[in-house]
Write a protein of this length. Sequence first.
Length: 147
Amino acid sequence: MLVSPCIFCQIAAGDHLAVRILETDQVMAFLDIAPVHPGHALVIPKDHYENLLELPDELWGEMGQVCRQVAQALQKAFQAPGFNLGMNNFEAAGQAVFHAHIHVIPRFYGDGLQLFPQSGYQPGEMQEVGRRLRQALASEEEMGGKD
Ligand code: 5GP
Ligand code: ZN
């Protein structure tokens, strides 16, 4: 149950102003109010889901298709030679609006953006990390198989 009014639910319902770009039955794309570059768009489900882990598969697929269409429009309208898709999930990852959304960000040569600084692994660490993730995925599959 949602306690405080969700700004993206309000945008989806037309109760809060947004510059809309594209709409399907279940998904909407509109301009981010604080863009990385002009054209930076947000793709949301019209119904309220907080993050990727809550989204039904079909809706996730539809959001992906809308992202693709928005990206193509950015190429066409602004000759953007590239684009980033980004999704912040949970507070620790920088999610500020807790209604699932994908950022579609046009990119240009020399625009100076570096989204994620990268580092490296200690010897053997990469193998161990891979092992832990495979183990987590295997136990998830086992749990899924029980239903
Ligand atoms: P997050 O950090 O949750 O991934 O990003 C939320 C995004 O929503 C931010 O980029 C922010 O600029 C955008 N945003 C927040 N409030 C509004 C609003 O009222 N209208 C629009 N169009 N964008 C918003
Ligand atoms: Zn919402």
